[in-house]
Ligand binder design. Structure first.
Ligand code: ADP
Ligand code: ASP
Ligand code: MG
Length: 409
């Protein structure tokens, strides 16, 4: 059998954990399997590298930042190969380029274009354990790219698809996927199974247990995943096409801290204003999420919307520079907000989910700044200081105690 096993940063954070993971890989190998392990950088190495870059230049070129960030994974794969060699096994570490991972050109957020697994196959044929660097590839100019934060998950799933692996295991610091981040919501429950679609929604709304793109790829190539702990033998959560239905129609709660809101006050109440504003941002590849427009009163109206925290400075600059052209009165922003979302495919056929959410927030005295809904999710923007308490209250409302009965089918 061929296993792809991915180990995240906390799972390889120090020498002891590196050996813990090495023993797990060795166990799989000794049982007669082939193993391709994909690793992230150790602990918070990636954050430290970004910090280092900022000390030199607060606005570094994205190419050089990728060059620097990718070294984190290169360290951990070399160390893991050394640990396995110490255990008497043949292991070889490989970079993104060596595993043949070709990506698009967008530094910092590159998409995987193709993987040529020739080198991996030849190493496996020689009975080597392959330790592949996650998160990195090379673009058509042969420059190193990275796949966006959490991108080692994406490398692992892509490799599992290309190699037609029998198993794709994502090892992390929690023992599965929960109804909410178990580090924030104490009463979060572990799920046995979850569908690709629901996991996709949770991931894109901020549940970083799996990178969004890794779930997209898993769905596209029908790669069944298991998310489990590198520190225990507890059974994990299976992510697949059709998951068995849990007793509630809400599958989970997600929180996204990477949001900021911008308010444009007193924009002219006439056709084309939204187009002029948002095309300005789109040209610079700024993704706009929730948009709120007030009902025009007389000559003016207001528009508020959200972007990621990283895009905030550029978005504010573009709008401010074009203030006269756009003809608005004032601009303000807020980056101390959090988006809390409840997700569930069963929500579409159940009225009242929104009011349960609002009721839980009202009971906790939490003010809602913006609301956005789709068929399978409702998101609210709230003050970051209230985020943890709100997440717990909302989760309890839907998942625990007698109040949660309303949410059962
Ligand atoms: P790794 O370094 O292994 O990739 P990450 O930190 O990227 O780990 O992802 C694991 C973390 O995701 C957990 O520690 C947990 O805090 C967070 N998380 C957020 N939402 C969930 C959820 N619904 N279920 C499990 N973990 C979650
Ligand atoms: N080391 C990278 C990050 O911190 C990739 C990963 O952990 O998956 O985002
Ligand atoms: Mg991760």
């Amino acid at each position: 059998m061929l296993y792809v096993q991915k180990f995240g940063g906390s799972s390889v954070a120090n020498a002891e954990r590196v050996f813990n993971v090495a023993r797990r890989i060795a166990d799989t190998y000794w049982k007669g399997n082939q193993v391709v392990a994909v690793l992230s950088a150790q602990g918070d190495t990636t954050d430290q590298l970004i910090q280092k870059a900022n000390e030199i230049n607060p606005n570094p070129s994205k190419r050089e930042l990728d060059m620097l960030m990718s070294t984190g994974e290169q360290q951990s794969v070399a160390l893991m190969a050394m640990a396995l060699q110490k255990l008497g096994l043949n292991a070889v570490s490989l970079t993104g380029r060596q595993i043949g991972l070709r990506s698009s050109s967008t530094h910092g957020a590159a998409h995987i274009r193709s993987i040529d697994p020739e080198r991996i196959y030849s190493e496996l044929e020689r009975n080597n354990i392959v330790i592949a660097a996650g998160f990195q590839g090379v673009n058509r100019y042969d420059d190193i790219t990275t796949l966006g934060r959490g991108g080692s998950d994406t490398t692992a799933v892509a490799l599992a698809a290309v190699l037609e692996a029998d198993f794709c295991e994502i090892y992390t610091d929690v023992d599965g996927i929960y109804t909410a981040d178990p580090h924030v919501v104490k009463t979060a429950r572990k799920l046995d199974e979850i569908s690709y679609d629901e996991m996709l929604e949770l991931a894109s709304l901020g549940a970083k247990v799996l990178a969004t793109r890794s779930v997209e790829l898993a769905k596209k190539y029908q790669v069944p995943l298991v998310v489990r702990s590198s520190m225990s033998d507890a059974e994990g959560t299976i992510v697949k096409e059709e998951a068995k239905v849990e007793s509630t129609y809400i599958s989970g709660l997600a929180m996204d801290k990477n949001v900021a809101s911008i308010s444009i006050i007193g924009i002219r109440n006439e056709p084309g204003m939204a187009y002029k504003m948002f095309s300005l941002l789109a040209k610079r590849k700024i993704i706009v999420d929730i948009i709120l427009q007030s009902i025009g009163r007389g000559a003016t109206k207001d528009i508020a919307f959200t972007v990621t925290k990283n895009d905030l400075p550029l978005a504010v600059k573009l709008l401010t520079d074009n203030r006269t052209k756009l003809g608005f009165e004032d601009i303000s922003y807020d980056d101390r907000i959090v988006k809390v979302s409840v997700v569930g495919a069963g929500m579409a056929s159940h009225p009242g989910v929104a009011s349960m959410l609002f009721e839980a927030l009202y009971a906790g005295g939490v003010n809602i700044m913006m609301i956005s809904t789709s068929e399978i999710k409702i998101s609210v923007l709230i003050d970051e200081r209230e985020a943890e308490a709100a997440a717990n209250m909302v989760h309890d409302r839907f998942f625990t105690g007698s109040a949660a009965i309303d949410a059962r089918r």
